[in-house]
Write a protein that binds this ligand. Structure first.
Ligand SMILES: Nc1ncnc2c1ncn2[C@@H]1O[C@H](COP(=O)(O)OP(=O)(O)OP(=O)(O)O)[C@@H](O)[C@H]1O
Ligand SMILES: [Mg+2]
Length: 251
């Protein structure tokens, strides 16, 4: 589905930065991939290229057979809107909009009629377990709930793949684990998930780990026994109960 062929991304400036160098990478439909690497190694740049937020400066990018590297910005935006769901470390929700309005936004951009938009929003909020929070604004939600709103927004357009750049970076460990359960369910339903993380325990849920260093892929390995997110969450709850701590608000 994702096919990068000797892709490079250089940021021009007084001193050009080679954020990606000759990256060859294929990710198939329904995969679950973790991307790791030190700060500045090019992880976000790679996610932005794969998610059509940015274009390579050299090389070819084919997304489901379409040559993204040759597309102009309006076409790129259209492909992104239809195929990609993005989740960021900082949630990136609009503060004056309710949870439901935030989730609805990508469908508004797509020009979908109101009734169908509202039906889809209701469906996805229910799936993510946020129905009772739909009229809350981001500031009235916990970090974990805000991230779930962001995930609902990424999913409402039914993308073929979900790109998450450090999605658990700003969450307490329990909320982070809940996000991982959600990703696992989505992946089981056929959505490809690609996530960037600094945390080996988070990466251990994926069935493939790619490591970047200095803009290059230095390792790409299958994980034959990925961690089961639901089991981890249950263990987490047990430990919290045993130590007498609530382990976060849990919702
Ligand atoms: N818009 C930009 N303009 C110029 N240089 C940039 C830009 N974005 C990123 N870079 C540079 O490209 C390199 C890769 O950055 P990138 O954000 O992809 O790293 P990262 O692996 O995501 O790091 P982190 O773990 O800190 O998020 C870095 O040297 C960074 O300074
Ligand atoms: Mg980054």
């Amino acid at each position: 589905m994702i096919d990068l062929n000797r892709v490079s991304r250089t940021y021009s400036g007084a001193r050009p930065v080679h954020a990606l160098r000759d990256v060859d990478l294929s990710i198939g439909a329904g995969e679950y991939v973790a991307i790791m690497g030190p700060s500045g190694s090019g992880k976000s740049t790679l996610m932005n290229v794969m998610g059509c937020l940015d274009r390579p400066t050299a090389g070819r990018y084919l997304l489901q057979g379409q040559e993204v590297s040759a597309m102009r910005p309006p076409q790129l935006a259209d492909v992104r809107n239809r195929m990609v769901g993005f989740v960021f470390q900082t949630f990136n929700l609009l503060p004056r909009h309710t949870a439901a309005q935030n989730v609805e936004l990508p469908l508004v951009y797509r020009g979908m009629p109101g009734a169908e938009r509202r039906r889809r929003v209701r469906e996805v909020l229910e799936r993510i377990g946020l129905t009772e929070w739909s009229t809350h604004r981001p500031s009235q939600l916990s970090g974990g709930q805000q991230q779930r709103v962001a995930i609902a927004r990424a999913l409402v357009g039914r993308p073929s793949f979900l790109l998450a750049d450090e999605p658990t970076g700003n969450l307490d460990s329990r909320s982070g684990q809940e996000v991982m359960v959600l990703f696992e369910e989505l992946n089981r339903d056929g959505t490809a998930v690609v996530l960037v993380t600094h945390d080996e325990r988070i990466a251990a849920h994926a069935s493939r780990t790619i490591r970047l260093f200095d803009g290059r892929i230095v390792s790409d390995q299958p994980n034959p026994s990925p961690l089961d997110a639901r089991e981890q969450l249950a263990r987490f709850t047990e430990q919290a109960a045993a130590s007498g701590s609530g382990g976060g608000d849990g919702s």
